[in-house]
Design a binder for this molecule. Structure first.
Ligand SMILES: Cc1ncc(COP(=O)(O)O)c(C=O)c1O
Length: 390
């Protein structure tokens, strides 16, 4: 586990590195890619071995018999999250953006409102709008640099046309690990307004020491008849290119509807994803995640210290995820100016906060899952780009 090793990803068809010039005008030769949420690290050796075994065998036919995969999921969820998953609840989709779109397609109809707690992962709104549903933005409250729920305000916003809420737990961006009480309040909100609750828990393993992720099914076991949970190995083990995710549906009636849509859309598993995930959900994979989180904790500290030294910038204290969420409001600059300083002066590609919905306008999101040398260099460049504020 040498997370300091710099691996050049340029010229490998990596979105993060090979699309940053086209997207932000930041050249890859001396730019730092801190946008797309994947990591610049190889996965644990057990995952690498699984791919090598497939390559050595050399026949890449259709995948069948997912029992070891389902057992691995069961083991991981029980051992790491205290959640008992029945294998028959699990559907394998082509990742969780695909899982989200399948849920929107299966369980809502054109014109329905889908509630998001914004700012939130941008693909949710993209999928909802593309499917002809309406995004209903319920804004999180920023309380001293920490997002909290604002359920009273959200209650007042509901019109009766909303049929689903998509939760991001832990939250991207901002890195909140929702407490059992907060999750309970969200589930009660869904009950009150008769919303289906889709809980995207893709970041659940990326939790910093001292924090505990609570699975929505454990926080609100009485709401399983309106709950869909989504998990994956891809974010945890940096294997997003294999496009594989789990949509987990405890309720039998909801499961039958979803199974019908899976059939209608012709979704079947990608064998690479299944083999990698089965290898990842193991004691070796678990030890790797613990090492990863200790390393990311160090990156988070370097980044937060560096940002705290720039007047007017505030980085939210991450409880989970490697996605730092930095507020530039205190600089008094309009977005085009602070963005130009980050992209042109510091030569850093970071996600624009406005794409995460209401409340994100004054923010940029920086991906810290990269060797520490990159994080330190990024901090130095940012300090220089905003040196006049010192
Ligand atoms: C909350 C959330 N869901 C889903 C995804 C992407 O999932 P996938 O790559 O499985 O489509 C991301 C990626 O950053 C994410 O943050």
């Amino acid at each position: 586990m040498d997370f300091d090793r710099i691996i050049d990803r340029r010229g490998t068809h990596s979105v993060k590195w090979d699309m940053m010039e086209a997207t932000f005008g930041v050249k890859a030769d001396d730019g730092i890619a801190m946008w797309v949420a994947d990591m610049d690290f190889p996965p644990p050796a057990c995952v690498q071995r699984a791919v090598e075994k497939m390559a050595a065998h050399g026949v890449y036919g259709y995948f069948g018999d997912d029992r070891p995969y389902l057992e691995a999921i069961q083991w991981w969820m029980q051992a790491r999250h205290g959640w008992a998953v029945d294998p028959k609840w699990v559907f394998t989709t082509h990742g969780l953006v695909n899982g989200t779109s399948m849920c929107v397609d299966a369980f809502t109809k054109a014109g329905d409102g889908v509630v998001l707690m914004t700012p939130v992962y941008h693909a949710f709104a993209r999928v909802i709008k593309a499917a002809g549903r309406e995004v209903v933005e319920c804004r999180l409250k920023d309380e001293g640099g920490r997002y909290v729920l604002d359920i009273g305000a959200w209650d007042a916003q509901m019109t009766g046309r909303e049929t689903m809420l998509i939760l991001c737990s832990p939250h991207n961006p901002g890195g909140r690990v929702w407490s059992a009480e907060e999750l309970r309040a969200i589930a009660d909100f869904c009950k009150r307004h008769d919303l289906l609750l889709v809980s995207d828990e893709i970041h659940h393993d990326l939790v910093y020491p001292g924090q505990k992720h609570v699975v929505m099914a454990n926080a609100a076991p009485d709401c399983l008849d309106r709950m869909i949970l989504m998990t994956a190995t891809t974010k945890t083990f940096n294997i997003a290119g294999c496009h594989s995710g789990n949509v987990i549906i405890p309720d039998e009636k909801l499961r039958a509807i979803f199974a019908g849509r899976m059939m209608a859309m012709g979704v079947s598993p990608n064998s690479f994803g299944i083999h990698m995930a089965t290898a990842a959900y193991s004691p070796e994979g678990a030890a790797w995640v613990d090492g990863l989180m200790a390393y990311l904790d160090g990156n988070r500290q370097v980044f937060d210290r560096g940002i705290a030294a720039i007047p007017g910038l505030q980085s939210m204290r991450l409880e989970a995820t490697y996605l730092a969420w930095v507020d530039f409001a205190g600089t008094g600059m309009a977005a085009p100016e602070f963005i130009a300083r980050v992209e042109k002066d510091a030569r850093i590609a970071a996600n624009h906060g406005v794409s995460f919905g209401a409340g994100g306008e004054t923010f940029l999101r920086f991906n810290l899952a990269t060797p520490r040398a990159h994080v330190s260099e990024a901090v130095q460049r940012l300090q220089k780009a905003f040196a006049d504020l010192q």
